[in-house]
Design a protein around this ligand. Sequence first.
Ligand SMILES: Nc1ncnc2c1ncn2[C@@H]1O[C@H](COP(=O)(O)OC(=O)CCCC[C@@H]2CCSS2)[C@@H](O)[C@H]1O
Length: 341
Amino acid sequence: MLIPFSMKNCFQLLCNHQVPAAGFKQTVKNGLILQSVSNDVYQNLAVEDWIHDHMNLEGKPILFFWRNSPSVVIGRHQNPWQECNLNLMREEGIKLARRRSGGGTVYHDMGNINLTFFTTKKKYDRMENLKLILRALNAVQPQLDVQATKRFDLLLDGQFKISGTASKIGRTTAYHHCTLLCSSDGTFLSSLLKSPYQGIRSNATASIPSLVKNLLEKDPTLTCEVLMNAVATEYAAYHQIDRHIHLINPTDETLFPGINSKAKELQTWEWIYGKTPKFSINTSFHVLYEQSHLEIKVFLDIKNGRIEICNIEAPDHWLPLEIRDKLNSSLIGNSANCHAY
Ligand SMILES: Nc1ncnc2c1ncn2[C@@H]1O[C@H](COP(=O)(O)OC(=O)CCCC[C@@H]2CCSS2)[C@@H](O)[C@H]1O
């Protein structure tokens, strides 16, 4: 079912400004199913940006499958310090990405499928897409008890989340993307999505933690490949299109002119950390000094990921006033995570 081939002609058919190439007309008349050959979260998010920015989807919806090497993906208006364990992520080499859609933080690895449903703004319908996934699940395993919730999660057995949803609505084009947990590392997922920091105050979107489960735990035949093929079959039937999954390479500038600079931008400190809504930290800790515990109080105001106000308070005999003032002023302008560079 997977056919790697040059997508150039398909994109020529779908792009606003280009002339339809003969031959592929039938294939892409009513839509297209794509799958990324890359497991790089930034490259795959760049495909979403590119399609969103460049394609005319009128009468030609697109379904895009993608999987990533271990990554944590935060929503557009979230605070990574509040949402995940950045130290653990650094130790384990887990990527952090900020997506352009809103909503909460999720963990991705090769056991998690991402599905992006691109449509015109008019045709955007998250529940319709989730119902399509439910039909696909039902086709491969009729005994599964999976339901869509009002917040567009998919729950297995009434309590375990197997899919989370987010979306981006542009002027004319929109996309709904969601996860599908097949065989992800559940222990990693829960330890990475716990912040060690206390005392953060902010208006950033907070994630809504749930119990999660993998579909493969419920039925060992439900591999990622089986699930993707099932959804592709259902999508093709629904849109009356060819059910082939076309493999695409997100670094191919001949298919996606300008895509590499989009991927680069998504990897910048300014986008990942710098877009964090303003927040403050009000916390304290103790140090042992000459057999007594001293309380050190810390107050920080952080804007665009950088310290704007810094107020560290400590007993004078441990931290002389002059040094404390120097320390406070020297921290201003620093990134809230200097190690992340
Ligand atoms: N991969 C995955 N799938 C489903 N649920 C998850 C996953 N990872 C974590 N979680 C659980 O969801 C909550 C957060 O739920 P919350 O509802 O806050 O956020 C979401 O669901 C966002 C989904 C974004 C989907 C996009 C699709 C392509 S790029 S990312 C988290 O604390 C965990 O309990």
